[in-house]
Design a protein around this ligand. Structure first.
Ligand code: TPP
Ligand code: SF4
Length: 310
């Protein structure tokens, strides 16, 4: 099957999906990713959003979208998406709308909703093979409520609930959940990781995913300037470093078969370069260098790439 190729950012559709001026922070990685995904899907889409930062994009009666935006409680975006998909299918079957008037259903959700509070409803939707797109903007914490740790926060990070102290100088002592593998175990037709620093890669993945019926899932690294303590203009640089150090592997799984779209097995930069760019890891360097924690973090990345075959 030949599909459209997206090689550079010049291939981004010019039609704007999101007008300027939202209430979100300047530089928010999540908004950039939502904007690109919505551009790729076009205006015939219903977006279902679980409570979180992205719910601030569209606040009644104001919306920057041409398409519909449906705000739901934190645990239930995939369940709401199922209701919308079923309603559309019934309307088509009863000939109340034509197939041409059909809408794509998209869930946009934070990592707290995806990895913790909404995991059950996501699992249900995957189990039922719901035909939908799902974007988790992974800022690695509950950002909207002040950057508390989520199941997606990385080991060694400083969040409002894992501040480093004498009992736990490293900060968070748990590992980030592997959402990619949790989803892959459900055997959806398409899963990918994406990054705001690799937009052509993201567009190609959306294009590929659109060939499939069923769940089409994207996990997007979404730097959060206030939570990660980075300047708003550093979001793309930090995202790029996440890929270059190998801590954010870019990959996809079609019918369960994993392929890395950017291979970083041998020419990875030291993870320290990524960590040093962000205030949430500052305590690993000052006032005392926590060499053992840095080694442990590097080992986790090295072990991942040693286990990767393609
Ligand atoms: C069941 C439930 N628990 C807690 C909240 C309070 N709450 C609203 S937004 C939010 C943070 C959501 O985090 P995440 O899904 O990671 O999205 P982000 O804030 O990072 O955009 C929380 C905890 C809620 N709305 N519903
Ligand atoms: S707090 Fe973080 S995730 Fe939320 S809008 Fe601001 S930058 Fe985006």
């Amino acid at each position: 099957m030949s599909i459209k190729q997206h090689r550079t950012i010049r291939d981004i559709p010019l039609e704007e999906s999101l007008t300027a001026g939202t209430m979100l922070c300047a530089g928010c990685g999540g908004v950039l990713l939502v904007r690109i995904l919505e551009k790729m899907l076009g205006p015939a889409v219903v977006t279902v959003n679980a409570a979180g930062c992205m719910s601030m994009i569209s606040v009644y009666p104001y919306t920057p979208f041409k398409s519909s935006w449906f705000y739901v409680a934190m645990p239930s975006a995939p369940a709401a998406a199922q209701g919308i998909r079923d309603a559309l299918d019934i309307l088509i079957e009863k000939k109340r709308i034509s197939r041409e008037q059909d809408l794509k259903v998209l869930v946009v959700t934070g990592d707290g909703a995806a990895a913790d509070i909404g995991l059950q409803s996501t699992s249900g939707a995957l189990h039922r093979k719901l035909d939908f797109y799902y974007l988790v903007y992974d800022n690695e914490a509950y950002s909207n409520t002040g950057f508390q740790a989520s199941g997606s926060s990385p080991y060694g990070s400083n969040t409002k609930t894992t501040s480093p102290g004498s009992m736990a100088p490293q900060g968070l002592s748990l590992d980030k959940k592997d959402l990619f593998e949790i989803w892959r175990a459900h055997r959806p037709p398409y899963i990918a990781t994406v990054s705001p620093a690799h937009i052509a890669d993201m567009m190609q993945k959306i294009e590929t995913a659109s060939q499939f019926r069923g769940p089409k899932l994207f996990i997007a690294l979404s730097p959060c300037p206030p939570g990660w303590s980075i300047d708003s203009d550093k979001v793309i640089r930090v995202s790029k470093m996440a890929v270059e150090t190998g801590v954010w592997p870019l990959k996809e799984a079609i019918d369960g078969r994993v392929k890395h779209t950017v291979m970083m097995r041998s020419n990875r930069r030291p993870l320290e370069e990524y960590l040093r760019m962000q205030g949430r890891f500052e305590h690993l360097f000052e006032p005392v260098l926590q060499e053992n924690v840095l080694k442990e973090l590097q080992k986790k990345v090295d072990d991942y790439w040693a286990s990767v075959s393609g």
